[in-house]
Design a protein around this ligand. Structure first.
Ligand code: P53
Length: 479
């Protein structure tokens, strides 16, 4: 079929990163310690560890990132050569409020983002900003216990208010919490830390703590959506969800039911943020489990008044589940997933499924009726720098081509309202799950190894030229 259509002419083509994964400069400009600064380096087989503060002799890759704090001018210039019109990054909370609970913001931190956003705007690149992307100030963990403490709602509001007022003429698209639903997998403690700043003792029920923390995040997010619209009615403030659709392994009715519960469990976050209330099944679940989530009448009103303007989401992979023992219908992300016989997986076990992107976009559209923004999509792989300083990453081009093709079908044929597309890790950076440099996503290569050694020079990969052509033709030429 030849394509006789185009994406809308104001479609946002960009690239995505997050502050803690590329800035480095972890102590510059009076920045405070964030939770990313106490996570050690890991790899595919060795999980990152969380240390008790910053410990001498440990290796913390987020301390150096790719040194973007110092190189952002050259990097933004390089990115501008792609022809992109937006750039998604986050504001490191600990640059603005080093401890998180101060009343006066840190001017040096604010100035850094002013300069960064100006640099983007200079090239016609619009910043798209996440307020909290896996990097809350560590002090909010040690002093307050993270997001299970309602005091964080207030601290977050202060942080958001300062950012909204300061950048109100430079930033239009915002997101509150990155991948708020990653903590569905609460058995893996790094998700609780990255999403909610939780380091739990043995006595605490992690699932209950997760639901409590998520509730406080919902309230904080809703308050900030309302506040943002007061500060600038033009603001578009979104949720940010890790979209991994969960399929049933077979057509066995119990498998179908299990996959449905899996989707409900992973995406009730979206229900609360998009619709403004909790679905009944989960309230019943809290009751059955005797969980005290503390959802007040006032909270319910706040959730209703602060629904998001759009659904930002990441898409990397799909999941499959089956029902092994149907008595109580629950979905346990750590134990209930099986592999999909129909798709291939990356070296890190992420199942590659472009069609799943179209499925997911339709599923969300049917459920939430909101504009969507693909704020992450990409392929983590080992790249080889040749002696000519080239990177032949056809596998990444294939990944992008197949996903963009399904994305365009979802938009043009299925009528999903999509604002933009920002591939993840547009420039190589530190992996969030493993802390590796070797798991690369970029169309720009950064010559640096897992230990932070290397020239740090930037090189355009083959995928750079390919993506540039996609952007320049507004998604028309993807072959
Ligand atoms: P890395 C899990 C599943 C899907 C997306 O991930 C995830 C995660 C958490 O690791 O995270 C997002 O670097 C996240 C980014 C992250 C990116 O996906 O683990 O928003 O910060 O870097 C890719 O390969």
């Amino acid at each position: 079929m030849t394509k006789s259509y185009k994406m809308s002419k104001d479609f946002l083509w960009g690239g995505a990163v997050a502050a803690h994964q590329l800035e480095g400069g972890w102590q510059e400009g009076k920045k405070g310690v964030s939770i990313a600064d106490i996570m050690t380096a890991g790899n595919k087989d060795t999980p990152r560890r969380v240390t008790n503060g910053v410990v001498d002799g440990e290796v913390y890759p987020n301390h150096w990132g790719i040194d973007f704090y110092h190189t952002y001018k050259e990097d933004i210039k390089l990115l501008s050569e792609l022809g992109i019109n937006c750039f998604r990054t986050s504001i490191a909370w600990s640059r603005i409020f080093p401890n998180g609970d101060e009343s006066v913001p840190n001017e040096a931190g604010l100035k850094f983002y002013d300069d960064l956003f100006d640099e983007c705007l200079k090239y016609g690149i619009e910043p798209v900003i996440t307020l909290s992307h896996f990097e809350i100030p560590y002090h909010l963990v040690t002093e307050y216990g993270g997001w299970t403490n309602r005091k964080l709602i207030n601290f977050f509001e202060n942080f958001a208010e300062v950012c909204f007022k300061r950048y109100k003429n430079k930033v239009k698209y915002w997101m509150t919490f990155n991948e708020i639903n990653n903590q569905t997998n609460w058995r893996e403690s790094h998700h609780l830390l990255q999403d909610s700043g939780l380091i739990l003792d043995e006595k605490t029920n992690p699932e209950e703590a997760m639901f409590k923390a998520a509730h406080n995040e919902f309230v904080a997010s809703a308050k900030v959506v309302k506040l943002g619209h007061q500060i600038n009615p033009e603001f578009k403030i979104g949720a940010m969800i890790a979209m991994c659709p969960v399929y049933p392994l077979t057509s066995k009715p119990e498998d179908i039911l299990k996959a449905q519960r899996a989707m409900q469990t992973r995406y009730y976050y979206g229900d609360v943020q998009a619709l403004g209330y909790y679905p009944q099944w989960i309230l019943n679940y809290f009751d059955r489990k005797n969980y005290n989530i503390d959802i007040s009448k006032e909270d319910k009103q706040i959730l209703k008044d602060g629904t998001v303007d759009y659904i930002g989401f990441s898409y990397y992979m799909s999941f499959v589940t089956e029902e092994k023992n149907y008595n109580e219908l629950i979905y346990d992300e750590q134990n209930d997933l099986v592999s999909n016989p129909y798709v291939e997986a990356s070296k890190w076990g992420w199942q590659i499924d472009p069609v799943g992107l179209r499925y997911a976009m339709n599923w969300m559209n049917d459920r939430w009726y909101l504009p969507q923004f693909i704020v992450e999509n990409g392929f983590g792989a080992i790249d080889k720098l040749t002696s000519e300083k080239e990177i032949h990453d056809d596998y990444r081009i294939d990944f992008f081509r197949n996903h963009i093709s399904e994305m365009e079908k979802a938009v043009v044929e299925d009528g999903v309202n999509l604002i933009g597309y920002t591939p993840w890790g547009i420039i190589d950076l530190i992996s969030a799950s493993t802390g590796e440099m070797a798991k690369r996503y970029g169309v720009i290569y950064v010559e640096q190894d897992d230990k932070g050694n290397g020239s740090k020079k930037r090189y355009k990969k083959d995928s750079f030229y390919w993506y540039k052509n996609v952007v320049e033709t507004n998604g028309e030429k993807i072959n």
